[in-house]
Design a protein around this ligand. Structure first.
Ligand code: PBG
Length: 325
């Protein structure tokens, strides 16, 4: 039995009907807003390739956090632009580091916002790689030891969740162990489990001043052709103690999000990265796209693929638009 008995258009007739039968209901509750903190006070410098996104000092971060909270966005993720960089990324683990200071300032402001910190060395090393260099290569195990200390310093500052994005093997286990040893057993780990070596990180590297000064990240980030390997990465991170996992970028990897969602019963996140944001912004500025419409469509698509948590630079706009709906 098919047409004329079945007419799918019956349920598309009015907005009330469409709303009633909608399978994916995008809400602000799953959005996380990424922010870039730099030294100083009263600094607020727009990232040229990411209109609406700023490098800002801790005092300004706190101000924007108030706005983020008032929009109903549950959390932020912080990236740091340190005062100094060196070969081993020492400024990443300092108690006086930019991220640590910003986390303390947010905590002091008594905001309810979840504070997530990105754990990685690329913003802190003078060569721009995500780990330390030994014998011309990014050394896995020495890097892991430093990352665990970085995560610990974030927890001490008051972070709720640490999010390792470096793609070293074994870092989740080392971070869990170090946090537990210091009585931070309630600090959660959101692992960038399946992070691909992607051209879509271009604008972020301007925002975070973290472009590698030689070579590339193919030796540690995943090859874009692999999806089965993503399941293995997720499996390993969960075994090591990750509480939540993430796929990154989002749009060219919706199939990976779906497969991770189906294979594991943990919260799954996706990072709608800087290049994905920049493409929409650039086209919208030229009036080539209806920004609100495509942003809500993109976020709905990422959620429909299986991500209940979405890290996105569009979070504030999306929250405003969703409120008005
Ligand atoms: C590494 C890191 C990167 C991003 C988040 N964490 C960049 C990279 O791996 O080169 C990219 C995020 C984005 O593009 O929005 N610390």
């Amino acid at each position: 039995m098919s047409f004329p008995t079945h007419r799918p258009r019956r349920l598309r007739r009015t907005e009330a009907l469409r709303g009633l039968v909608r399978e994916t209901r995008l809400t602000t509750a799953g959005l996380i807003y990424p922010m870039f903190v730099c030294p100083g006070t009263k600094v607020r410098q727009e990232v040229s390739s990411m209109p609406g996104i700023y490098q800002q000092s801790a005092d300004q971060i706190v101000e924007e956090c108030r706005e983020v909270e008032s929009l109903g966005i549950p959390g932020i993720i912080l990236f740091g632009l340190p005062e100094t960089k060196d070969a081993r990324g020492a400024s990443a683990l300092s108690a006086e580091g930019v991220v640590q200071r910003a986390v303390e300032a947010i905590r002091k402001a008594k905001l309810k916002l979840l504070v997530i910190t990105d754990v990685c060395l690329c913003e802190y090393t003078d060569h721009g790689h995500c780990g330390v260099i030994e014998n011309g290569d990014v050394a896995n195990d020495s890097t892991v030891a430093i990352l665990a200390q970085q995560a610990l310093s974030h927890a001490r500052a008051g972070a709720d969740i640490v999010a390792p994005s470096d793609m070293m093997d074994g870092r989740v286990g080392a971070i869990r162990e170090t946090l537990d040893e210091h009585k931070f057993e309630n600090i959660a780990i959101l692992a960038y489990a399946a992070k691909y070596c992607s051209g879509f990180y271009g604008p972020f590297r301007e925002a975070a001043q973290s472009a590698p000064q030689f070579g590339d990240r193919r030796g540690y980030q995943m090859d874009p052709g692999n999806a089965r390997e993503a399941l293995k990465e997720v499996d390993l991170d969960l075994e090591e103690g990750a509480d939540m996992v993430m796929v990154k970028p989002a749009l060219a990897y919706l199939d990976v999000i779906r497969r991770v969602r189906e294979a594991f019963d943990v919260p799954v996140g996706a990072y709608n990265v800087s290049g994905e944001y920049a493409m929409v912004k650039a086209a919208a500025q030229k009036d080539w796209l209806d920004e609100k419409r495509v942003v809500l469509e993109i976020l709905t698509g990422i959620q429909r693929a299986g991500a209940e948590i979405i890290l996105t630079y569009h979070a504030k706009d999306a929250a405003r638009w969703l409120k008005a709906c």
